[in-house]
Write a protein that binds this ligand. Structure first.
Ligand SMILES: Cc1ncc(COP(=O)(O)O)c(C=O)c1O
Length: 488
């Protein structure tokens, strides 16, 4: 049968949910598609560009860029997924003893000892207990399994929180600019009003409380009911780690303004400076003496991101505190709509929050593996920051955490005019020219938002050691040529 003519189709673009159409098909997508086409060209005809490979600095996907998966985690996962292995004597010579013991413990917690079944919709209770113990030991304050919802990474609970908070377009969320487009996209889909606040670049991308207050008041004066405040720490795309005093100010602000604090802490393991330490907002709030009744706080963590880099496997948690029992029932109701998160992700999250301890067979290797990955990331970040700061017209804050640097470029009038002549934003123009000349893929700052009139790009710090020099060499040559071509 031939397909129905377009006019007769049940769904056309014109009849789609306008909120879907309103989602930005951001320029990051166009650049990634261009890079993909160039990659295909290079495979077909290696001489088609003056370089032989695409260098993907747009992807925050560590395993695809060569980072090896964690050995202990994958041993446990393999054993849980195929428990017959636990009955074979050869297993003792292939798998570490603590991975075997942990797999047995985990299987005992899972109904039917099978990773293919449903779990409780909040996640397997025993795994949530383990995670709660891990959070309590990280923070030094109690954590309860009933406050934990195990999730398929951090993105699904972000959407869920938006659904819970947003009643209509008169409801808004204070969201950092620049920030990961997950939040802004989720708000568009829920029909929320974005109430932006600008991170302070000159203050190392800290949160300025006066700026927060200014934007909150502006939102309210336009009739917006601001329901919550999103904070991403360590930051994407900005790579900052907030200092404790700044976090205290944020907690105080949310409390006094009656806002739900939405703390995205997916990069908590990725900190590269001895001067700063990751502190969860829960720990900060409790250290200030604020308990359940004082502040409503939702925190996210993920193994599908950050240091763990299990991006395709999907595992995370949302910790929900400071809501009354009626609200909690509603959170539970919404969570139960997706039955449960995948069990491998639940297991991974429990392992991340309860890794091998001193005395366990895997402990030393686990620590070495972690140390090596963090060292490589911090070395890559340092080399990039130094390079960008040496470029004419570019400044780059230190990468203290997460997986990104976000340099600012002062583009010349001539470059801006050239971009406008092509109907392109200046930062997109720069990123496209970079891609065409060097094969390096970065995401323009306009994907994340930036102070109007400033231009940035986000570059991941995930390049393997042997590629960093090549990256610097190609980037430097491009930038010098670009600045030469567009000199005012
Ligand atoms: C700050 C931040 N939060 C949440 C997410 C979504 O994470 P996940 O892959 O765990 O869903 C991302 C993804 O890049 C992110 O950067």
């Amino acid at each position: 049968m031939s397909p129905a003519p377009a006019s007769a189709r049940a769904l056309t673009v014109d009849s789609l949910n306008p909120k879907v159409l309103a989602l930005a098909d951001h320029f990051g997508g166009a650049i990634a598609r261009r890079a993909q086409r160039m990659q295909e060209m290079l495979e077909k005809d290696p001489g088609s560009y003056p370089f032989n490979e695409i260098i993907y600095c747009n992807l925050s996907n560590p395993h695809s860029l060569g980072q090896q998966p964690n050995k202990f985690f994958h041993e446990v996962l393999a054993l849980c997924d195929y428990p017959h292995l636990l009955h074979w004597s050869v297993t003792n010579s292939i798998f570490s003893s603590d991975a075997i013991a942990r797999a047995r413990e985990i299987l005992d917690l899972i109904p039917g000892r099978a990773t293919g079944g449903y779990s409780h919709c909040q996640g397997t209770e025993g795994l949530r207990n383990t995670i709660a113990v891990g959070i309590a030991s990280r923070d030094g304050f109690p954590c309860y399994a009933e406050d934990i919802f195990l999730t398929d990474g951090a993105a699904p609970p972000v959407h869920m929180v938006m659904q819970l908070l947003i009643r209509g377009e008169k409801d808004g969320i204070l969201c950092p600019v620049p920030s990961q487009f997950l939040y802004t996209s989720s708000m568009v889909l829920c029909g929320a009003t974005l109430v932006p606040y600008y991170l302070d670049e000159s203050g190392g991308w800290s949160v300025s409380i006066s700026d927060l207050k200014k934007h909150l008041d502006a939102g309210r004066s336009e009739g917006i009911t601001v329901r919550g405040l999103v904070v991403v720490n360590p930051g994407n795309p900005t790579g900052q780690v907030l200092v404790g005093e700044n976090q205290c100010e944020i907690v105080e602000f949310c409390r006094s303004e009656n806002l739900v604090l939405i703390a995205d802490e997916v990069y908590q393991e990725n900190v590269y400076t001895d001067e700063k330490k990751f502190n969860s907002f829960k720990k900060i709030a409790r250290s200030m003496g604020y308990g359940e009744g004082d502040i409503s706080l939702i925190s996210f963590h993920s193994v599908s991101n950050g240091y763990y880099g299990e991006c395709g496997r999907r595992g995370g948690y949302m910790e929900v505190t400071g809501f009354n029992s009626e609200v909690r029932k509603q959170v539970y109701k919404v969570a139960s709509l997706s039955a449960c998160s995948n069990i491998s992700g639940q297991i991974l999250m429990s392992l991340a929050m309860n890794p091998p301890m001193v005395g366990d067979e895997s402990y030393t290797f686990y620590q070495e593996e972690r140390g090596r990955i963090i060292l490589l990331l911090s070395q890559c970040a340092e080399a990039m920051v130094q390079t960008f700061n040496s470029f004419e017209g570019m400044t780059c804050s230190k990468a203290e955490g997460a997986m990104f640097v976000f340099p600012s470029i002062r583009l010349t009038k001539k470059a801006i005019a050239a971009a406008e002549a092509m109907n392109t934003k200046p930062d997109v123009f720069y990123a496209l020219r970079l891609l065409e000349s060097t094969g390096i893929v970065v995401l323009p700052g306009s994907v994340f938002g930036q102070v109007p009139g400033t231009w940035h790009f986000r570059c991941t710090i995930l390049q393997p050691e042997e590629k960093v020099q090549l990256f610097i060499y190609r980037f430097k040559a491009f930038h010098e040529a670009f600045m030469g071509e567009f000199h005012d």
